[in-house]
Design a protein around this ligand. Structure first.
Ligand code: GDP
Ligand code: MG
Length: 166
């Protein structure tokens, strides 16, 4: 099995931390060079059963300056071309305008989306359910997976779920 997975989310939610943990020593490619104008490969995970190519998609989160229509189309097309989108949010910060902006974009693509709620090591378990409910109201996610990219909680499980989707 192999496939392309885009990781999107506001800055500082933990996207790089997650990738570093998943790819770790298994790293095959780690490059800042744009592979195409649309996206860049951040890393490739490989094991006996799967190869997962993680893609960074610029221009999806809320821009500081107004993005041109063209740039927005480029970003959306990139999301349409991947097999799966991981939308990462920070459990500590809850839902904000940045997340609302991304969900609007997700409504324009048909690619399945996992909501990855990161930094669960920073919140009480009771705080998780309201966050999940909030997001469930806004979008139909293929999976909702709480993790701690830093401590590793649930990361293996998320990886399994990703593989099942490829
Ligand atoms: P990115 O901008 O989305 O790539 O976010 P980074 O991976 O650079 O992480 C931003 C900050 O959040 C760093 O200081 C990380 O150490 C921290 N961080 C990432 N994941 C976790 C987590 O699961 N728990 C905690 N407590 N901190 C995290
Ligand atoms: Mg990063």
């Amino acid at each position: 099995k192999s496939g392309f997975v885009a990781i999107i989310g506001r800055p500082n939610v933990g996207k790089s931390t997650f990738l570093n943990r998943v790819i770790g020593q298994k790293i095959a490619i780690m490059s800042d060079k744009p592979q195409t104008t649309r996206n860049k490969i951040q890393g490739v995970y490989t094991d006996d059963e799967a190869q997962i190519i993680f893609i960074d998609t610029p221009g999806v989160h809320k821009p500081k300056h107004k993005l041109g229509d063209f740039m927005m189309k480029v970003a959306l097309n990139a999301l349409r071309e991947v097999d799966l989108i991981l939308f990462m949010v920070n459990a500590e910060e809850g839902f904000g305008r940045g997340e609302a902006f991304i969900i609007e974009r997700l409504n324009e693509v048909n690619t399945p989306v996992f909501l990855v709620i990161n930094k669960i090591d920073r919140v009480h378990p009771d705080e998780l359910l309201p966050i999940i409910d909030r997001y469930k109201d806004l979008y139909t996610f293929a999976e909702i997976v709480p993790i701690s990219a830093l401590e590793g909680n649930n990361v293996e499980r998320l990886l399994e779920q990703i593989k099942q989707r490829l």
